[in-house]
Design a protein around this ligand. Structure first.
Ligand code: DGJ
Length: 733
């Protein structure tokens, strides 16, 4: 204990700390509105005793205990909520860690050793050391509490000094417990063109698992985040909700286990599927970060916590602006050449966007990339198509007055490529089975340092030759198939994990050496969407599905975890039944881009797009940096509305959409949120088609924030596929 107190004294003593205050060892991890309280038991093991709304009186901490319940023979059982429960102890439910020690013993009992606290960027970090009493195995639990954002980020480190390697078969990032009458899980399932589909179900006794085994395009079927409604299903503006997400660009697993007495444990971490990990003595196994927040006013408050935190502390260049762009994938596919691209760059300028983004199909000479069957891996400009290479494109962009971005997919290879002919052993595939491909490609083995070097080299070569290149779209279209690493040989259990770690090594180098290059994270749409990757990427591609109706749902789903600034949305020709206005207004809710042939647009449509781009750029600081309020859910009916309010509450932008209203459906006003009740706002409908006047009743009026929030605006109609964008500006009352 003296040692602990000495440590505490030598560190800055901050709010998260209340050690040995009452003759008990209590660790308090606090944000402005949440307390996570841990306690060292008499047996020196570490238990969670509280997770919930901030406790006002420090003296109350000593009253905290885990729930006591009767065992089958009637005696009280104090099993406890062990914070990092090990396999083979008296807890009969899912453990956080499972180890086979050097001598074959599969049990791990962890005892509290010490803890410390220090200030880190944006928060307070608490580190807690636990140790097995029979084996030289240590686990350090890390927690960073971001006070103002009410976000807690937590991860663990496992290391040992046993005589020979140990095998880890479970290695959760953390473990959280609840004791409530009911739990409702909202999951975000997915598939190509169907990302972030929300569904909610009540958790019943036993386990519910959300996981993925896809390796690289890992979140294709399930995204690495969830909402947990306590007592009732997560609602937008009321009730207690935990929003949680794992920062891991690979296989993840969330286990939700309701035990025999109705306690819930939540165990987030890497999915241990096919991943028994051999850990050498003195090596450290670091788990991914689990990031969570408690919203006490529903999911909306939880999302705003995460958005604010991400912009400040996690997303690459989170506090900087974003570039609007014109992409060519939906427009040209693989069919383009140098002149065509130069023309598109002029179009980008004419549209008013900042950048032209060249997509797939610019590389390969022995096997020119004319479709997705060939050439992946051969990152040399196709001479026939692009005789001047990327430098000529940079020059054309310069002349047009836009920046240039370029698509790459450096983690993958087509078997029909020079790269595969030269280095078949760099691709993940079985030595003794027929190869099976996804989108005609294989995944390169990033557990192999040579492959890491190669992948980094793809980016470095392009940037060294073209220092003015501003942006990469980094794609990843295949899950790991043929799961065998020629490099790891007999250690295949490391593959899924070391592959992701190899990817991070590459991304770290890119960020360090080319910090000013922005990158879009793409994975055949939105199959990579996690906060670890977003340390290196400024934004992610939510979906190849750009039908604006589908996008209302997809963007609604992702917005629960990610800020609009991280979410790319493009105007395309998907669903031509919708107007260009509707499509643009939907994309304008996020990071705006276009992927459409402007030559195919009528003059009014083009003028409309130019105005919308200019408006978006003018209002980007509100849309991307303001506070988001989800006002009307598309899941609830035939309309959708979202607003963004600047921190100063001087400006707001309201987006409203009628999808397919019913005949003579009753229409309700939309009540705004987050405005200052005593401020007065001028209401102006913007993004109007050329020559059209607003038919919004309140257009041009000045209304109080109070009125706008209590009475609202008539922005919906019974027309199908109609959209409105309304700008609210504070004026003197
Ligand atoms: C999948 C992406 O999601 C698309 O936007 C496009 O870049 C293609 N890959 C190119 O192959």
């Amino acid at each position: 204990m003296k040692q602990i107190l000495r440590k505490a004294a030598s560190c800055l003593v901050l709010t998260a700390w209340a050690l040995n205050m009452f003759g008990q060892d209590i660790l308090r991890i606090s944000t402005e509105s949440t307390d996570l309280v841990l306690r060292v038991g008499e047996n020196r093991r570490l238990y969670q005793v509280y997770l919930g709304q901030k406790l006002e009186h420090e003296a109350d901490l000593k009253l905290l205990d885990w729930p006591v319940h009767a065992s089958s023979d009637g005696s009280a059982v104090k099993r406890g909520w062990e914070v990092y429960s090990g396999s083979g102890n008296e807890d009969f439910f899912e453990p956080a860690i499972a180890v086979t020690h050097y001598d074959g013993n599969p049990s791990t009992w962890l005892y509290y050793v010490s803890s410390s606290i220090r200030r880190v960027e944006g928060g307070t970090q608490t580190d807690i050391v636990l140790r097995d009493d029979r084996y030289p195995l240590e686990v350090t639990l890390h927690y960073i509490a971001y006070y103002e954002q009410n976000v807690i980020k937590t991860w663990s480190e496992i290391r040992h000094r046993e005589k020979s390697p140990i095998v880890l078969s479970a290695y959760a990032s953390t473990m959280l417990y609840f004791n409530r009458p009911a739990y409702y899980l909202t999951e975000f399932s997915s598939d190509w063109a169907k990302e972030a589909q929300m569904s909610t179900s009540r958790l019943t006794p036993g386990k519910k698992i959300l996981d993925t085994k896809l390796g690289s395009r890992a979140a294709m079927h399930m995204h690495p985040f969830f909402l947990l409604g306590l007592d009732e299903a997560a609602a937008e503006d009321s009730g207690e909700v935990l929003a949680g997400t794992l920062g891991w660009t690979g296989n993840f697993r969330f286990t939700f286990e309701v035990d025999n007495v109705g306690n819930l444990r939540v165990i987030p971490g890497i999915n241990p599927y096919a991943s028994s990990y051999e850990l050498k003595p003195e090596e450290t196994f670091t788990t991914p970060e689990f990031i969570f927040t408690m919203g006490y006013d529903g999911a909306g408050s939880a999302s705003r916590n995460l958005h604010d935190w991400a912009l400040r502390y996690q997303l690459k260049d989170g506090m900087q602006s974003r570039m609007t762009l014109l992409n060519n994938w939906e427009n040209t596919g693989f069919r383009f050449d140098q002149d065509k691209l130069a023309g598109l760059m002029q179009e980008a300028k004419h549209l008013g966007v900042d950048m032209f983004l060249l997509d797939d199909g610019w590389f390969g000479n022995k096997y020119p990339r004319k479709n997705d069957k060939v050439g992946l891996g051969d990152w040399e400009e196709t001479r026939d198509k692009l005789p001047g290479g990327i430098p000529a494109l940079v020059e054309s962009a310069h002349r047009a007055g836009v920046k240039l971005g370029i698509w790459i997919e450096p983690e993958m290879v087509n078997p029909k490529s020079e790269l595969f002919e030269k280095h078949p052993d760099w691709a993940i595939h079985y030595p003794n089975r027929e190869v099976y491909c996804y989108r005609n490609q294989l995944v390169l083995d990033l557990s192999n340092p040579q492959v890491q070097e190669y992948v980094y080299g793809v980016v470095e070569r392009i940037l060294q030759q073209n220092p003015d290149l501003a942006y990469f779209k980094w794609d990843c279209n295949s899950p790991i198939t043929n799961i065998y690493s020629p490099y790891l040989r007999e250690k295949q259990g490391q593959l899924y994990i070391d592959h992701v770690r190899g990817l991070y090594k590459v991304l770290q180098r890119i960020k360090k050496n080319y910090p000013h290059v922005s990158m879009m994270l793409c994975s055949g749409g939105g199959a990579r969407c996690d906060y670890e990757a977003l340390k290196y990427f400024t934004e992610f591609w939510c979906s190849d599905n750009t039908d604006p109706i589908e996008r209302l749902y997809i963007q609604w789903g992702f917005s629960h975890i990610f800020p609009a600034k991280a979410m790319c949305a493009h105007v395309t020709s998907w669903n031509k039944n919708t107007s260009i206005k509707f499509r643009t207004d939907v994309a304008s809710m996020c990071k705006l881009g276009f992927d459409i042939g402007l030559d195919k647009l009528g003059s009014d449509d083009l003028r409309y797009c130019q105005t919308a781009v200019a408006n978006w750029k003018r209002l980007q600081h509100v849309i991307l940096d303001g506070n988001q309020y989800r006002l009307v859910s598309p899941y609830a009916g035939n309309h959708m509305a979202v607003s963004y309010v600047s921190d100063s509450q001087e400006k707001a932008v309201l987006f409203a959409y009628d999808i397919y209203p019913r005949y003579q459906e009753k229409i309700f006003k939309v009540k705004l949120k987050g405005l200052a009740p005593d401020k007065y706002y001028k209401v102006e409908e913007i993004n109007l088609m050329p020559g059209r006047k607003s038919d919004l009743k309140a257009d041009g009026m000045t209304l109080s924030g109070d009125y706008l929030m209590k009475v609202g605006l008539d922005v919906f109609s019974t027309s199908s596929l109609k959209s409105r964008v309304v700008e609210l500006t504070e004026v003197e009352g």
